[in-house]
Design a protein around this ligand. Structure first.
Ligand code: ATP
Ligand code: MG
Length: 677
């Protein structure tokens, strides 16, 4: 046992200190944004270790792995003499932890230990295959799309009620398909189980069911003296059930959260988890925090009013000792390009004042909202990293390459085999199915592909693939980057035949190979890719140089828990925030309001909210199709009374508002022509 460093503990406020040094038992910290919940968890990990709890008997559950890494790095810096703390504590997301535990307890869970994890788009594709096989796609009336099917399935299994409840409440237009949906999900589950595939939801479900068994639960639970959970407001009922199961023997559980920031109900997260905590974990101590350490008071004056409109809310008004500073600005822009220019001008001005680009962030509701800003930044050579938008793993050529690794890891993985086989010349669904069946009958050995009687048009490519499989088999004990190099030799010519623009694609594959170098085993690499996909363009590059600097662009969802000196919230217009995809019900609007709140509470010193009056419709392609927007309904007169409302441009004040002498170009001639088309 080591004496606690008085400095970091005495720097905390009394309520934080109470939570950090609280004895055994359940503990819930309910508090608003920026009140130090995450810091409290970090300090509690450090405190527990300093009190002699072995780091590897602590489990820290966070929303992203990046968050866990950062928190453990900070915890390690607080405790001297424990340099290995960050490596030894079990830290990560629920899904990653589920994966780690299920590999250990595969036998008890009735799983083959070499199961493969399907990411969301794989799961959709797989569901789609089942949907086609059951001939649901060819009905007279249109059966729900694969993404809708997966969303219904996911809500159902994550504890959002019976199938009927879920469909009635969230997907009422699918009510007539209930029987078929049930049949589809039954078959989907069966096939996943046969092929050793787990989707994201399965990871949680298997963990959940594992700890429903008392003896297994005792065994798994006893690995951890303490479990700590950040962002508890975004956990769902299955996750709550997992925690209950994990805490049968000892009830040391610390959870922190803010009901006003719950933004994941589409993943069945429920604020109820937080409200029910005291009932689920009897004897729970509850600590509340009210002082905000992040933001200047003028920023809080605005954000307090934004969230005051929320109906269900438990946290109190926040206050800060950080006085002074400017009021947040609400900036009306004529159009998107003016919004881009205004952001860029302010970013550069703040940089002149000494605020590095990395301390500034542009936030938006939907990944595509930054398209035009990205172009503008590139044309000015202003470096940026975007979070939450890059679908690296969803690019076809990356999926292809990963497909080769997946079939080697799990030869029963039909989705991956079909993907790989259909890349070959002369191979369509029928030949792919025959080849897969041939391997299945040979005991699922990929090497048996060499003996498959391929149709003449496919013979050469099938032979090439069989050679590749043979070589990869011989490289099993090598790391994944060598295997990727071998796959590249086979795949690059295929890619040139199948896709346009092979050069940038080849570059992406090179990146993937570089990423793979960090991993000792193929399994580990595949798991990490699926569970913790690269989130930003920056994640693909190597570690940054010290003097490197870039502006952060992020969706609001990916900005959770983070903070910047300057925050720009763009596209704050009705239809974009709240998103018109989510204006169905009052609950959905409430969640959009909390999203706006999460975005604005990321700001430490400066907050700018921008909205373009004129908005071009992206779906229409390159056209002049636009509409006039309204400022987001969340900026009521009570809210704007705390802000400086300005019009972008050269200070002409209102000149760009329609009706004034605005330089708008209406496409009237087009419209008149269109009447006769
Ligand atoms: P969010 O709800 O956004 O996740 P949070 O409650 O987790 O916020 P933190 O991120 O832990 O808040 O803290 C916000 C900021 O306040 C951080 O910069 C943190 O270092 C600082 N902070 C928290 N508590 C204190 C304190 N007692 N003294 C000084 N700074 C503090
Ligand atoms: Mg936090």
């Amino acid at each position: 046992m080591q004496a606690v460093s008085p400095k970091w503990l005495s720097d905390l406020n009394p309520a934080q200190r109470e939570a950090v040094t609280c004895g055994d038992g359940p503990l819930l910290v309910v508090a608003g944004a920026g009140t130090g919940k995450t810091l409290t968890l970090v300090s509690r990990v450090a405190y527990l270790v300093s009190q002699g709890v072995p780091p590897d008997r602590i489990l820290l559950l966070t929303f992203t792995r990046r968050a866990a890494d950062e928190m453990l790095r900070r915890a390690a810096s607080l405790v001297s003499g424990e340099p290995s703390l960050a490596k030894r504590v079990w830290g990560g997301t629920f899904h990653a932890t589920a994966n780690r535990l299920l590999r250990i307890y595969a036998r008890q869970a009735g799983l083959s230990p070499d199961f493969t994890i399907l990411d969301r788009s794989d799961a959709e594709d797989f569901l789609n295959v089942v949907r086609n096989d059951l001939s649901f796609s060819s009905r007279d009336r249109r059966f729900p799309q694969k993404a809708t099917c997966l969303a219904i399935y996911s809500r159902r299994v994550n504890g959002a009620g019976s199938l009927e409840d879920v469909v009635k409440r969230d997907f009422p237009w699918c009510l007539t398909w209930q029987e078929e949906l049930k049949q589809l999900f039954r078959e989907y589950v069966l096939r996943k189980q046969r092929q050793g595939l787990l989707d994201y939801d399965d990871l949680l479900l298997y963990w959940y069911h594992l700890v429903q068994d008392e003896s297994v639960a005792r065994d798994i639970g006893s690995r951890f003296d303490h479990i700590l959970v950040d962002e508890y407001q975004d956990t769902n009922p299955v996750q709550a059930g997992i925690l209950r199961g994990m805490r049968r023997q000892n009830n040391n559980l610390t959870a922190v959260g803010d009901d006003a920031q719950s933004i994941y109900s589409f993943r069945s997260a429920s604020v109820r988890n937080m409200l029910d905590f005291p009932a689920e974990f009897p004897g729970a101590r509850i600590v509340t925090l009210e002082q905000n350490y992040r933001s200047l008071q003028p920023v809080l004056d605005t954000t307090n009013r934004v969230i005051a409109r929320a109906r269900e809310r438990y946290s109190k008004e926040l206050w800060s000792e950080r006085k002074g500073g400017q009021r947040p600005q609400l900036i009306t822009c004529a159009g998107e390009s003016e919004q881009d220019e205004t952001v860029i001008r302010n970013v550069l001005q703040h940089r002149e004042q000494g605020i590095a680009l990395r301390k500034q962030a542009v936030l938006f509701r939907t990944a595509s909202h930054s398209d035009s800003l990205e172009l503008a930044l590139s044309s000015r050579n202003i470096p940026f990293h975007k979070y939450g938008g890059l679908r690296f793993l969803e690019m076809a050529h990356i999926k292809d390459l990963i497909g080769f690794l997946r079939v080697m890891e799990n030869p029963h993985d039909q989705v991956a085999w079909f993907r790989v086989l259909q890349l070959l010349s002369g191979v369509g669904p029928v030949t792919a199915a025959a080849a897969f069946e041939h391997m299945r009958l040979s005991g699922g050995d990929p090497s048996s592909l060499a003996g498959f009687a391929a149709p003449a048009a496919a013979v050469d490519d099938i032979r090439g693939l069989a050679d590749l499989v043979r070589d990869l088999k011989g490289m099993e004990s090598d790391g994944p980057s060598g295997q990727i190099e071998r796959i590249e030799r086979f795949y690059l010519p295929v890619m040139e035949r199948v896709y346009e623009n092979p050069a940038p694609r080849a570059n992406d594959i090179k990146h993937l190979g570089e990423l793979a170098r960090k991993y000792g085993s193929r399994r580990q690499f595949l798991d990490e890719l699926v569970l913790d996909p690269p989130l930003s363009t920056g994640d693909l590059a190597g570690p940054p140089y010290k003097d490197e600097d870039w502006l952060v662009l992020s969706t609001i969802h990916s900005a959770k828990g983070l903070e910047w000196d300057v925050v720009y919230l763009i596209h704050a217009a009705d239809g974009n925030l709240p998103s018109d995809m989510a204006t169905g019900s009052e609950q959905e609007i409430e969640e959009e309001l909390r999203l706006a709140y999460v975005a604005m509470t990321r700001a430490r010193d400066f907050l700018y909210v921008l909205w373009p009056l004129r908005y071009y419709h992206k779906s229409a392609g390159i056209s002049d199709n636009h509409s006039y927007a309204q400022c987001s309904r969340f900026f009521t007169s009570e809210v704007t009374a705390t802000m400086d409302c300005v019009v972008a441009g050269d200070g002409r004040g209102g000149a760009d508002v329609p009706g004034a002498s605005a330089p708008l170009r209406l496409n009237i001639s087009d419209r008149i022509r269109e009447m006769w088309e």
